[in-house]
Design a binder for this molecule. Structure first.
Ligand code: ADP
Length: 220
């Protein structure tokens, strides 16, 4: 299997679909640069401290930091196919990504999830994440106590977090930053002559899962 780049704005379902893809395709490993950074924050490493201040404002970490983190992570995965989620995120990260793939003799295809801005905002305002297993869920309401009796449908834990960057003041900036970069990312990735599939991410989780599976089948 080739590597997969999962593109899409915050809230488009990359994390949810990445979990499904790893379940559906044995031998595929999930690289979420956001999750790696949040883990550094938990561990309070120097990178974590830097990441915490950048992420809470909805900005991007600098390219050399991210590329070094990705290279290091990849060096521990053996020959497994990688599902890239959250990387590359800018045109110059695409260049770095393509170089990494070429140097390692790997190839990739791209799946881009598209969702309307209104739906993205609504999803992000409602998003909550299991602190144990990372399962992504939606709060039924925006009330502060909406997660009080929450039980993770995946692992049964009762510990849930609302991401600091999923706040009203930060969401619009994150969506705008994505919009600013996506056109040049598309251009550079399509110039690689790899398969590029666009999937309607506004459908149900199951329908998106099936659409991605169909795109992957065609892309073989
Ligand atoms: P989302 O899918 O909501 O954008 P992620 O979990 O992928 O969230 O990433 C969270 C944050 O981590 C980003 O807003 C950004 O600050 C930082 N980050 C993740 N990946 C990258 C990257 N490739 N380059 C720069 N910053 C990144």
């Amino acid at each position: 299997m080739t590597d997969i780049v999962l593109l899409g704005p915050p809230g488009s379902g990359k994390g949810t679909q990445a979990r499904n893809l790893v379940e559906d395709y044995g031998g595929l490993v999930h690289l979420s640069t956001g999750d790696l950074l949040r883990n550094e924050i938990k561990l309070k490493t120097p990178l974590g401290l830097e990441a915490e201040s950048v992420i809470s404002k909805g900005g991007y970490l600098d390219e050399s930091t991210i590329v070094a983190m990705v290279k290091d992570w990849m060096s521990h995965q053996g020959g497994k196919s990688v599902l890239f989620d959250g990387f590359p995120r800018t045109a110059s990260q695409v260049d770095a990504f393509v170089e990494i793939e070429k140097n390692l003799g790997r190839d990739f295809l791209v799946i881009e999830l598209k969702v309307s801005p209104e739906q993205l905002k609504d999803r992000l305002m409602r998003r909550c994440v299991c602190n144990q297993c990372g399962y992504i869920d939606q709060r039924c309401s925006l009330a502060e106590d909406a997660t009080k009796d929450w039980v993770c449908p995946s692992c049964g834990a009762r510990e849930v977090v609302v991401r600091s960057d999923d706040s009203d003041g930060v969401i619009s900036g994150r969506l705008a930053l994505y919009d600013k970069h996506i056109e040049s990312i598309r251009e550079r990735l399509t110039a690689q002559n790899m398969r590029y599939c666009v999937v309607d991410g506004s459908q149900s989780i199951l329908a998106v899962r099936q659409a991605i599976a169909a795109a992957l089948l065609e892309g073989k």
